[in-house]
Ligand binder design. Sequence first.
Ligand code: PEP
Ligand code: MN
Length: 337
Amino acid sequence: MLVVMQQSAEEVQIQQVIDRLIEMGFNVHRSTGVLHTVLGGVGGRDDFDTGIIQVMDGVQEVHRIISPYKLASRSFRPGGTVIKIRDVEIGGNQIVVMAGPCSVENRDQIERSADIVADGGAKVIRGGAFKPRSSPYSFQGLGEEGLEMMRKAADRRGLLVVSEVMDQTQIQLLSQYSDILQVGARNMQNYNLLKELGKIRKPVLLKRGISATIEELLLSAEYIMAGGNYEVILCERGIRTYETYTRNTMDISAIPVVKKLSHLPMIGDPSHGIGRRDFVPALARASVAAGADGLIMEVHHDPDHALSDGAQSLYPNQFNELMQQLQLIAHAVGRTV
Ligand code: PEP
Ligand code: MN
């Protein structure tokens, strides 16, 4: 249930509606906009008589939401969500680029990465310290040591950090070093992890699972938001289809669809999306043209010797060239990079 209050609604009237919704068994989430306050009621009975709220003072509109996600729905915040981390705004006019190696490998590598990323004009450095590898025999990441190295390199160049959290026992550690906690594709439906991430107050980058529908992605975001953490960034990173030529099939269409269905920022990951560096720039450009609020991409100073995902990691000069191209595409759609 969504209640849109009148522009002139007074605080006491808003409080009366909140109290009434709580009395009816709803959990109430409030969004205070510039013009309107919107109240999202979650958990009450679906057959609740909306007329009871409709006639209350200060109420403009009441909608019964049939979509299974409510807080993640565009109607909860029609103007869109902007997530502000220090001086970086995700979901605003500027397209935010997050870039870096797949994994943090050693101090020299992550320091060089920070230079490539910052010099190219990206705002956030990525790098996994806990790696979800398909094989238990592949490099699993450096753990806390890797996080410490990445934080240091990021601070030297004034970058934000995004890194993956693989289970709930790692949340506290990741929160210490990382500005954004990434939930990987393999964990998109790890509901215990999502619930715990709902309890913290740090932005979460939620990647789409390889076989997840758009609705399932939004329901996973709902899990985090239902706990009170509204700072969720969604990410298309390719899904598994019958095509075998590429690692995954980057579902570009998910970008405008999610932007329509949800108020949350939506970014594209062309690296995992296609899995080959020769095609990454085309999909990065396509993501921006399709309305993505940002990109997350893999870049490495020596991709041919990377410990993970070397084939899809851009060479530094490729990354720089792409960043130039993205400015033109962003301009064409009325945005900046
Ligand atoms: C990654 O970002 O390196 C990663 C493992 O991503 P995904 O979860 O999308 O496979
Ligand atoms: Mn990777």
